[in-house]
Design a protein around this ligand. Sequence first.
Ligand SMILES: Cc1cc2nc3c(=O)[nH]c(=O)nc-3n(C[C@H](O)[C@H](O)[C@H](O)COP(=O)(O)OP(=O)(O)OC[C@H]3O[C@@H](n4cnc5c(N)ncnc54)[C@H](O)[C@@H]3O)c2cc1C
Ligand SMILES: NC(=O)c1ccc[n+]([C@@H]2O[C@H](COP(=O)([O-])OP(=O)(O)OC[C@H]3O[C@@H](n4cnc5c(N)ncnc54)[C@H](O)[C@@H]3O)[C@@H](O)[C@H]2O)c1
Length: 485
Amino acid sequence: MRTFDLIIIGSGSGNSILNEDYEGLDVAIVDGGTFGGTCLNVGCIPTKMYAYPATLARHTADADRLGVRAEVQDVRWREMRDRIFGRIDAISQGGLEYRRTLPQVTVYQEHVRFVRPRVLRTASGEEITAPRIVVASGSRPVRPNVPGIDLPQVHTSDTVMRIDELPRRVVVVGGGYIGAEFAHVFSSLGSRVTQVNRSQRLLRYHDPEIAERFAREASRQWKLETGWTLTAIEEWAGDECAAMVTFRDPEDPELTLRLPADVVLVATGRQPNTDVLDARAGGLDVREDGLLAVDEYQRALSDGAPAEGVWALGDISSPYQLKHVANAEARTVQHNLLNPGDLRATDHRFVPSAVFTSPQIASVGMTQDEAEQWAVEHGTEITVKVQDYGATAYGWAMEDHTGLCKLIAEKGTGRLLGAHLVGEEASLLIQPLVQAMSFGLDAHTMARGQYWIHPALSEVVENALLGLEVPEHSPLARQELVGGR
Ligand SMILES: Cc1cc2nc3c(=O)[nH]c(=O)nc-3n(C[C@H](O)[C@H](O)[C@H](O)COP(=O)(O)OP(=O)(O)OC[C@H]3O[C@@H](n4cnc5c(N)ncnc54)[C@H](O)[C@@H]3O)c2cc1C
Ligand SMILES: NC(=O)c1ccc[n+]([C@@H]2O[C@H](COP(=O)([O-])OP(=O)(O)OC[C@H]3O[C@@H](n4cnc5c(N)ncnc54)[C@H](O)[C@@H]3O)[C@@H](O)[C@H]2O)c1
């Protein structure tokens, strides 16, 4: 059995742990998939590289209302695909080759599983161990167990971005982040898309007002069906489609929905890879939802207490399933591994997320329902302001009838509790709100303690802040005035 100083399982955020402080250690990085992990190869990055041209196409189609008639004449899917993966595959390959050149790093390109605490066996049968192991082995798409799920017409986000042609008809199963982003990409680029969700509400973790506004806009762009569960997919011979997808009404099994498709995208959630890793054989606690149990310092737990020498980060142990969270947790592990006497906790207080559709969605903190509940529990009151983009100067410029910014704050203090946006560049507009929440800036100080560029779109945030019923605080004391003309 080979013994290393450190084993890292997973080359996504796990790979970023190895900085110059680790140069003296004998390290193994193990990845049975594509080097670089989900975000780079099949996740955040390629989806956004498709979402951007898709948004351009959508804006082109929408320009008529502004007095500009334009049309998308040609979508060269194959060229787009090859441009995207030409860049991504080279980064993945370059990352792998770089790690391989480092004398102190051994790369295993195969899956491993625990056979006992801190002992792993590779798929080819080698046993490896280390006093310190980092589990960063992520999650994978859930594939509902229905007839036809293995047909070649059925894809997950792992494969759908590599297909050869833009499909004529796409059925997207699932109403979460992945379903929404791909429905946007395919419909904007020219496919006929039907998105089908099991529950009545799309984007179920979002504030209902945002989810409803988004569903209204989405249903203008593609066909939305809610309240249906996937039951079967059949191969279909004929010109009109390559597969027939059947759904059933969970309340009334007699009621079915049948949809023709060339491509079926299954986007019904992601499950942590704890089973593949046989985490229990490693003595590690696996939660009911399949996540590896960790404490705030990212130590994996065994019988509720920190397991000696085992750390975990990212989708394997995080309910957020977001790359910026995986990266933050990797920074925690990077520090804690080398500083056992000075452990740091990951800050999970204000985790934002965005859905890269058109319009975009961005969110941080409590939804209105959660804030109302919190206020009851804490004997306090909240204030809510919904500001339409269309009531600001830049909203007029865009002739916007969609965007809104909803802010929730504590009435007595002006403390921001939640921010939810749907609309143009929501993923950017939310960032100052994340900053304010993270650094304890109250709503009025944020609104009046700084200039807001006029007439930028950010005025929607300024106006939302000013619409909250909060006390006026003096702007933050400034030590000295710098800059200015
Ligand atoms: C389509 C899509 C779009 C997304 N878009 C966004 C976005 O816009 N913004 C955002 O914040 N997040 C997004 N995410 C989520 C984000 O990609 C993940 O949260 C993040 O990549 C998780 O990183 P990780 O390091 O935990 O795991 P990963 O990057 O998945 O790395 C885990 C690695 O471990 C390997 N592995 C697994 N099991 C084993 C084993 N037993 N042995 C050896 N190796 C193993 C895998 O091959 C994989 O390479 C998206 C995800 C998807 C699928
Ligand atoms: N922009 C981003 O930040 C981004 C983008 C993509 C993915 N992600 C991450 O990836 C994770 C996984 O995304 P996701 O969209 O797959 O999961 P999700 O949990 O967000 O959504 C899954 C959806 O599928 C539906 N569903 C489940 N089983 C079904 C069935 N049998 N028939 C019909 N509908 C069914 C659910 O009702 C739900 O709406 C997200 O939680 C997110 O954190 C993030």
